[in-house]
Design a binder for this molecule. Structure first.
Ligand SMILES: O=C(O)C1=C[C@@H](OP(=O)(O)O)[C@@H](O)[C@H](O)C1
Ligand SMILES: C=C(OP(=O)(O)O)C(=O)O
Length: 407
């Protein structure tokens, strides 16, 4: 599906209801499968959460989780500890290029039997589920926190729990803390001191319902819209101040880009203030990698420069996000350079019209670039890519007055 977006109305007012965080949802679905049948409220309607649900319900030998990184990583650990079950776990062609060797090595060192069916270090995996008889494991922590979350959750179901030693710098730390907090809410004890995570064993949990906060990564696109319009009063639900999601750092980050957040009862209200405070901004996003694309595009739309660092995980996500950002922002007229872990954008407003943005099978490429429609008409290839995390995105933009035409 090719979509053309235009937004001639520079004052944005409205309320958008976003469904639950896909990170929290996919953790709770796994924890529900491991520990008991609590109800999950405000579950994400993302394709990734559908994939997780379908995979957990499947009795087939081959389980295909398409593009869902959390499902791939969490289910590798889940099926490895599923005694007597043999599973082939696979995903999209891109998923078969996203590394999983560190997690497989860690699980095999705990006693799992996982082998590679195509390329060493990558899906598809043949997982012969068995009892994991060890409970201490060490792994590098700078590649993906999803490996660590997977070990923490499945580790809680092992008879002796799990002790995880994290080697080197730890990336995406808030996601590890999110996993811990959800375990705590379920009554499962853990500690995280220095480089060591300890999870106590649990057989079942005594809780009837868990409520998922709405998705902050999805909220990022409204922060960008608020920054780029002339005036905004956008209400988003359901959010809270003490979020488990690291991307809630948006509220602080966007004060520098001219957006003020007010926490209401169960909503946040975004208002545009005077505009950006300086001609160039700098952020280390090692704790919030998923909002890097949003911030880079907002800065370009504001005509200011930015230096984004801590981006070393972007190359192994849905696409190489650093190269994709460079290619598409350049098409729009930006002067941008990237390294393996950083991005530098020069101030400038040389906006080119009617550019067609390639989305690289990456939902965040489409969603992050859409607010540029406040500057110039813009076209998106494969616009349905948003389904991975936010299927209602285009409809929600329409509700704010965006003209969206299928070409
Ligand atoms: O645990 C999670 O839910 C996630 C962790 C992050 O991945 P990395 O830890 O691989 O950076 C993030 O980018 C991803 O969208 C979701
Ligand atoms: C990186 C992402 O997801 P995942 O790693 O779960 O595929 C994302 O949603 O931006």
């Amino acid at each position: 599906m090719i979509l053309k977006l235009q937004q001639k109305q520079p004052n944005l007012n409205g309320t958008v209801r976003i469904t639950g965080s896909k990170s929290e949802s996919n953790r709770l679905l796994l924890l529900q499968a491991l520990f008991g049948n609590f109800e999950i409220k405000n579950l994400s309607n993302s394709e990734d959460s559908d994939m997780m649900q379908q995979a957990l319900a499947s009795t087939e030998k081959t389980v295909d989780i398409h593009h869902a990184g959390t499902a791939m990583r969490f289910l590798t650990a889940y099926f490895a500890a599923y005694e007597g079950r043999e599973t082939i776990l696979t995903g999209s062609s891109r998923m078969q290029e996203r590394p999983i060797g560190l997690l497989v090595d860690a699980l095999n060192s705990l006693g799992a039997d996982i082998t590679y069916l195509k390329n060493e270090g990558f899906a598809p995996l043949l997982i012969k589920g068995k009892k994991l008889d060890q409970n201490k494991v060490a792994l590098e922590a700078n590649v993906s926190s999803q490996y660590i979350s997977a070990l923490m959750m499945v580790g809680a179901s092992l008879p002796n729990g799990i002790e995880i030693e994290l080697i080197g710098k730890i990336t995406s730390v808030p996601y590890i803390e999110m996993t811990r907090s959800l375990l705590t809410q379920l009554g499962i004890e853990s500690t995280f001191e220095g480089q060591i995570i300890n999870i106590k064993p649990a057989a079942s949990v005594d809780i009837s319902e868990m409520v998922v906060e709405s998705d902050w990564s999805s909220a990022s696109y409204y922060y960008s819209l608020a920054a780029l319009c002339d005036s905004a009063a956008l209400k988003l639900s359901s959010y809270k101040k003490n979020s488990l999601q690291g991307d809630s750092a948006l509220a602080e980050i966007y004060t520098e880009l001219g957006v003020e957040t007010t926490y209401l009862d169960t909503e946040i209200l975004l208002k545009k203030t005077q505009g950006p405070k300086s001609q160039s901004v700098a952020f280390d996003l090692a704790n919030s990698p998923d909002i890097a694309q949003t911030i880079a595009v907002t800065c370009y739309g504001l005509g200011i420069g930015c230096d984004l660092t801590g981006l070393h995980t972007l190359k192994i996500k849905e696409t190489d996000r650093l190269e994709a950002l460079k290619a598409e922002l350049t098409k729009l007229g930006a002067e941008i350079s990237v390294t393996n872990d950083s991005l530098h954008l020069k101030p400038g407003t040389n906006y080119r019209e009617d550019v067609t943005i390639k989305t690289y099978q990456d939902h965040r490429m489409a969603m992050a670039f859409a607010p540029m429609a406040l500057r110039v008409p813009i076209v998106f290839e494969d616009a349905e890519v948003v389904n991975k995390s936010y299927p209602d995105y285009w409809d929600d933009l329409k509700s704010l007055g965006f003209e969206i035409k299928e070409l």
